[in-house]
Design a protein around this ligand. Structure first.
Ligand SMILES: [Mg+2]
Length: 305
């Protein structure tokens, strides 16, 4: 439902020349008083994005901000401030709310950003928390998801799958990594993986008007993906988890082959960067076969209801 609805809103959303980049990327870009500002917003809900009964509220608060910082990272924007609003059940203990904010403050401190305001509400329903984050583009500008071209290499940070085992709450948004990469290399397109490696890669390809060819042997599989596959024993392989689980909050980056060579030699980050394939002229998502041919690869991931 989400895609069609967002398309419907996008086609009707009012714009002005102050809106440099509107709905459809990881964040929007506004020009306010001749300064560019990158803005993104995300809402998390008890029972969908976390289970409050089983989770330390600090981890929930941290996640609510971290998912937004991950979207800013995907634009290569430096976080500046956040606005936090929530609706909590009316019987929620004050301690729970304090702990929720303690988790938020962990990250505001770590990234040196301001909490600029928000709204606090109670109701007779589970906790919902919404964060809007603001960032400034680096000197080299922001990176969108529509800049990949056929021939560009697909790079990814970190590893994928099984985030449900805990990483979806405790992940490190790749802000420092995105900024470091943007400073040294020309990045053609970028997205953070919130809904699944294959789905978010497909989004970059679609936005860029090309296709993506993946070498499945090169996909970095997280240990959690192996653990989850074993625990569940439902026929889903670790690779299936890596391609479709989502909430890895790693980056998918499109760069030219020359930049990819340099970057893979440099390995300039404290975390691994891997090449998993290339963008191609033919639309869609494809897997590379050992004999050099390609076959369609099913796009799987988390579809918002
Ligand atoms: Mg995103």
């Amino acid at each position: 439902m989400e895609f069609e609805f967002v398309d419907w809103v996008r086609s009707r959303a009012p714009r002005s020349d102050k809106l440099l980049l509107g709905i459809g990327d990881d964040a929007a870009v506004l020009e306010v008083a001749s300064q560019r500002c990158v803005v993104t917003s995300d809402m998390l809900m008890d029972g969908v994005d976390f289970v409050l009964d089983d989770t330390d509220p600090r981890r929930v608060g941290r996640k609510a901000l971290a998912v937004n910082l991950s979207d800013l990272a995907a634009m290569a924007a430096r976080p500046v401030a956040a606005i936090v609003s929530f609706a909590a059940p009316s019987d929620a203990p004050l301690d729970m709310l304090r702990n929720l904010y303690a988790g938020i403050f962990q990250l505001t401190e770590e990234y040196k950003i301001s909490l600029a305001g928000g709204d606090t509400n109670t109701w007779q329903h589970p906790l919902a928390i919404s964060v809007t984050a603001f960032g400034e583009p680096s000197q080299r500008g922001f990176v969108t998801r529509n800049g990949a071209s056929p021939g560009d290499v697909i790079l990814v940070t970190g590893s994928f799958g099984g985030s449900l085992l805990g990483r979806h709450l405790d992940f490190q948004p790749r802000v420092a990594e995105a900024l470091a990469l943007q400073e040294r290399y020309r990045l053609n397109a970028m997205i953070d993986v919130s809904d699944g490696l294959s789905l978010d890669l497909f989004r970059v390809a679609e936005a860029s008007g090309c296709g993506a060819l993946v070498d499945l042997n090169m996909v970095p599989i997280a240990d959690d993906a192996r653990r989850l596959s074993k625990q569940r024993d439902d026929g889903q392989t670790p690779l299936d988890h890596a391609l479709g689980d989502g909430e890895d909050f790693e980056l998918i980056i499109a760069v030219s082959p020359e930049v990819a060579c340099q970057l893979l030699v440099d390995q300039p980050l404290g975390i691994a960067i891997a090449r998993i394939g290339e963008f191609i002229g033919e639309r869609g998502l494809w897997q590379a076969m050992p004999d050099g041919t390609r076959q369609p690869l099913t796009v799987c991931g988390y579809e918002h209801q």
